[in-house]
Design a binder for this molecule. Sequence first.
Ligand code: SD4
Length: 350
Amino acid sequence: MTLNRRKFIGQTAAVAATSAFVTGLGRVASANCPAMEPDRSSRSAPTTFVATWPFGKQACEAALKIFGETGSMLDAIERGIWVTESDASNASVGIGGIPNAAGAVELDACIMSGPNHQAGSVAGIQNILHPISVARAVMEKTPHVMLVGEGAYNFAIAQGFEKINLLTEQQRLAWEQWKASRPAAPDSAPQIDPDHHDTIAMLGLNEQGDLFGGCSTSGWGYKIPGRVGDSPIIGGGLYVDNAIGAAGATGLGENVMRHCGSFLVVEMMRNGASPTEACEMAIRRIAETDPKALEELEINFIALNKAGEFGAAGTSAGFQYAVTNGQFSRIIDAKSLSAKSIGPEGGNRK
Ligand code: SD4
């Protein structure tokens, strides 16, 4: 499915003639946003957390618990993500993450608050256990959105974060082996290896219909030092629009960030797609533009809209995501767009 450009332009032109209009769902949209805000009149969504991968379930459950204790969605997102960042057995996030080609663990993270459309982000930060918290500090304590590398680290230390070693013995040994087996050419880039990256992106909605999100990763295993992926890029690995919905990404960041992936998913929802449809449409749109075939892109999206509808899609089979609210907590198969295996539509809107 692709966005019908003629229809979209026609709609935009019609809308431009007036300052506001009523959408098919009976909601008023602004002239600049010919959007269909999800209709919340017939349902009241419970506080809901959605996160990438099966390990996201534990993080979502922690987030719901923290929300119950503090009433703060930002605390919930931040400390839910702490669970994954603290897990040394997870080779793709926080401590225990696969290092870069020089043997240093470099972390990327970002956080967004829908109601005030604020964002904070850090990239390539080393020796800090919870980059998601540094991203939150950037959002709340600085006039900036993003800090990188040494600057991000120095900021974290000045904020009272502790310096720790993120490289576990297991990952150090694996890195030694990787180094020994890698081609000697100094400019040889690390090989793409799907087993060497996973990320936590978490989206949250409260009963007031406010949306939040966070994302944290150690990125592409054995990446060139200084490489930044999509995860800390607002609109790439995460995007939250409080009027519409939120989206997050996991997969090969280079293929997400060249297309403003999470922003694109939210824009698809703005145009009336369900979360699962929006994830699928964004991937198909990316595949139309990208020289790579859809199967090669290795992109997975999760999405949550203002009505509490959630969904996900991935370029290949095997992407699973977690959803937790007061009623259930489960791991769901994302819709797979691989021609070889058409997966079930695992969202809650058909
Ligand atoms: C990155 N998108 O750094 C991240 C890695 C990831 O599943 O999500 N892997 O490119």
